[in-house]
Design a protein around this ligand. Structure first.
Ligand code: NAD
Length: 497
């Protein structure tokens, strides 16, 4: 069985440690490779390589950096097929879905190709007699990214293109469940002309994460994953003086008003709840049916959920693959069972689904629970699987109050034909990313991505302008070119004149 190594200083690097984890093919339920798990000594090696590389990369010209980004972008296009297959084989998602995340990740690279514009400073002429002020931003140094299993390409791409284009060097710790895509990314960066040591990959688990968080040579950490780990990473990383952005979990609601096109809404809810087997941080896991929308919506959703084709991600024609692990498969089935026990109606039951020829795969079918309430576990927990719960309410105000009382605030959507309700919704709802008749409102790369409340720990969303800010810090320079003898020094605090 193949062993996946780290990538340090421009080359595949075996670990100092001998610890490994198995990487599964979720469609067969069988291990397909091993991944090395880095100890702190491996992290030291990677950080030392990144620190050395920073000495020159931190002083490289904007044109050199953008040249690499343009070349890297072309290589991502050329290798899209290969990347999509790697993602699908370790994650389980269908190939077209994998392509979708590659495209969305590539858009961040495209934003980084224009970093010269995003990094422009400010200039104020003649703020006082013969005095000008200008500001500019500089990179932080070595920065790290720690990423979840569900988007092996897109989520790391929210981080490294911006960090690198702004002059930092990068150490990525991808999810140990899906390590191979990051390895190919490292090779593509090298082919694009990125100097050795600027982009490094250390594979690992909690031991590796802790070593990164405690390392004095790392200036900033970007984390995306579940909320408990996001809180932990934020606390431990900031305790050692690092800048930390930590994006957490989600429970995303889609509100459907009676005036909406219910066929359209149900179509989009089905895709947003069951696409990628519900393993998206922007997946819709709760439909909030307002008033008369309820019965009709559930009837259409029942039909649509029954039409979802479940099977291995690499086989054409499937809409949805398996979930990531056997534990996840059991967790999803348990969530449906508990939902029923607590009073929800199981309209569609995916618990016993078997895919022919893949009986050991981690498959679970789409499930639809009606009459869910805010007290039930199916509402309170992030199931992170293909389960859509429906809550019935009477008014938009009730829907907004429900969403605002939820601890998460990543994404939400409203389906309506009326601008008045949509405007009220987007102004009053306490959620970071909002869709109006758009179920998965992931912002484009030139905006920043981030939720509110427990979906974002710390104060920095990711990529876009806020990503540029996160990976840089500002200097403001006040300059005077005096005429000979024209100015006398004063002992009072300087003011403009
Ligand atoms: P996870 O929190 O289990 O793991 C994320 C990363 O943290 C991985 O690299 C993992 O190795 C590491 N990790 C896991 N346990 C750790 C521990 N005890 N100490 C230190 N590090 C640890 O998340 P996951 O299961 O890989 O991904 C799914 C979660 O990520 C969901 O909650 C989902 O909502 C969330 N997510 C959020 C966003 C967002 O943008 N807000 C995007 C994608 C995924």
């Amino acid at each position: 069985m193949k062993t996946i190594e780290h990538w340090i200083n421009g080359t595949a690097t075996p670990a100092g440690s001998t610890r490994t984890a198995q990487v599964y093919d979720p469609a067969t339920g069988r291990p397909q490779s091993h991944v090395l798990l880095a100890e702190s000594s491996d992290v030291d090696t990677a950080v030392a390589a990144a620190a050395k590389a920073f000495e020159s990369w931190g002083n490289s010209s904007l044109s050199q950096r953008t040249k690499v980004m343009f070349a890297f972008r072309e290589l991502l296009v050329k290798h899209e097929d290969e990347l999509a297959r790697i993602i699908s084989s370790e994650h389980g998602k269908v190939i077209d879905d994998a392509r979708g995340e590659i495209v969305r990740g590539r858009e961040v690279v495209e934003y980084a190709c224009g970093i010269a514009d995003a990094l422009k400073g400010g200039f104020s002429d003649q703020v006082s007699r013969d005095v000008d002020v200008h500001s500019f931003r500089q990179p932080l140094g070595v920065v790290a990214g720690i990423t979840p299993f569900n988007f092996p390409i897109m989520v790391p791409s929210w981080m490294h293109p911006i960090a690198i284009a702004t002059g930092n060097t990068f150490v990525l710790k991808p999810s140990e469940r899906v390590p191979s895509a990051s390895r190919l990314v490292a090779e593509l960066y090298a082919e694009a002309g990125l100097p050795d040591g600027v982009f490094n990959v250390v594979n690992g688990d909690k031991v590796t994460v802790d070593a990164l968080l405690d390392h004095p040579g790392i200036a900033a950490v970007s984390f995306v994953g579940s909320t408990p780990i996001a809180k932990y990473v934020h606390e431990r990383g900031t305790a050692t003086g690092k800048r930390v952005q930590a994006l957490g979990g989600a429970k995303n609601h889609a509100v459907v008003l009676p005036d909406a096109d219910l066929e359209y809404a149900a179509n989009h809810l089905t895709a947003a709840a069951f696409g990628s087997a519900g393993q998206r941080c922007m997946a819709i896991s709760i439909g909030v049916a307002v008033g008369a929308a309820g019965d009709k919506l559930v009837e259409i959703l029942k039909r649509k959920a029954g039409e979802v084709k479940v099977g291995p991600g690499h086989e054409d024609g499937n809409d949805m693959g398996p979930v990531i692990t056997q534990a996840a498969q059991e967790r999803v089935a348990d969530a449906v069972t508990t939902g029923a026990e607590q009073g929800a109606t199981v309209v569609v039951d995916g618990r016993s689904l078997k895919v022919e020829g893949h009986e050991e795969g981690f498959f679970v079918g789409p499930s639809l629970l009606d009459h869910v309430t805010a007290e039930m576990d199916a509402y309170r927990q992030e199931i992170f699987g293909p389960v859509l719960g429906i809550i019935r309410v009477d008014t938009v105000d009730e829907a907004i109050a429900l969403i605002n009382a939820n601890p998460y605030g990543n994404g939400t959507a409203i389906f309506t034909a009326g601008g008045e309700a949509a405007r009220k919704f987007q102004r009053e709802v306490k959620v970071g990313m909002i869709g109006v008749n758009v179920p998965i409102p992931v912002p484009m790369s030139y905006y920043s991505f981030g939720g509110w409340k427990d979906s974002l720990i710390g104060d920095s969303p990711i990529h876009g302008p806020e990503g540029v800010h996160f990976y840089t810090r500002a200097k403001v320079v006040t300059t005077r070119w005096p005429h000979t003898g024209a100015h006398t020094a004063a002992f009072t605090f300087p003011t403009s004149s």
